[in-house]
Design a protein around this ligand. Sequence first.
Ligand code: NAD
Ligand code: MG
Length: 383
Amino acid sequence: MRKRIAILGSTGSIGTQALEVISENSDYFEVEVLTANKNADLLISQAKKYLPNTVIIADESKYKKVSSELSKFPIKIFAGTKSIEQIVESSEIDIVLTAIVGYAGLISTINAIKAQKTIALANKETLVVAGELISKLTLKHKANIIPVDSEHSAIFQCLVGETHNKIDKLILTASGGPFREKNTNFLKNVTIEQALNHPNWSMGNKITIDSATLMNKGLELIEAKWLFDVPTEKIEIVIHPQSIIHSLVQFEDGSLKAQLGLPDMKIPIQYALSFPNRIKNKFKKFSFNDFNTLTFEKPNKTKFKCLNIAIESIKKAGNTPCVMNAANEVAVSAFLNKKIKFLQIPEIIEQTILKTDYIKKPDLTDYINSNKKATEIAQLLIK
Ligand code: NAD
Ligand code: MG
């Protein structure tokens, strides 16, 4: 039986790479659902190629275009955010790949968990915003979450067969981004193009800026805490500029396990879809002939303030990571629209956290309201 996949965010970096993985492995997988935000053209061409059961465009103004172009195909077409949030409950879906960027992925992920789907999770912001709630729901509904993020896929792979053994430490590796070797003075005036020029990975704009500020590693520390139920003090971050060791687990006996490979997201995407099996593929493989030196250094939390802000936010817990995430989304978007400078990103986030009410034990409504409030405050600060 082929696994039926719903790709939420099929037009993005993860979404398009997932479709490549599925194309290469059509004996194992078939596309059931494709969704996009605004990119109707790409969604239409993907639908014609993969013939899913359903396509959804979040932007309702694009519905006419999508439905008229696909009218000759046996495909159901819907529009709007609510449709994406509901489709994940369909009995025709085996795996939901959450490849929407940002807070926008929260409710569809929650609904997929409640519908007991296997979730291939790329949308890390969901765990940053509401990690405690997501963990509780995952246990309650016995859903499976398989990480797609390369570091978390690495840790997940290291933990296969180790369920009875205690984790002593998780070590998340980070490339360090494009500004690893630059000083704070240089960071003052970096351009969008410089910030989008990631040394090792080609990704969507938001995560690429998060990688340049190191916020991405902070988000990933929070993601790891909830995925693997490990306290933050036991998660270490190490800069590894070659991005070959994707992360490590240290056990109580001092043994370290690591997962290595070339920086290619198709590998963790494929693993999340094929788990517990591995599938042979044609992707380029790592060779020591190409990399004879792997290096490691400590992250600079003074230069990259966002990393510290994220770590402090998960220590404060409650709704703070949710507020931080909302402010970061606003600030990154403002930087990409040339409204603020690179070093103003952490300033906006810090100010937003200070100005938002703290909620110690938030429920879903509190997360929704905190996200809304923090978004408004961050937008006002930018104005
Ligand atoms: P992207 O911007 O390239 O793609 C985002 C996708 O989500 C697009 O299909 C877009 O149409 C859709 N989308 C955006 N806003 C939406 C909304 N409001 N409603 C519905 N759909 C919406 O992003 P990406 O780089 O593919 O990243 C996706 C997620 O995966 C992020 O959470 C990111 O942190 C995570 N991730 C990405 C990579 C990578 O290599 N790109 C690696 C690890 C984790
Ligand atoms: Mg990652």
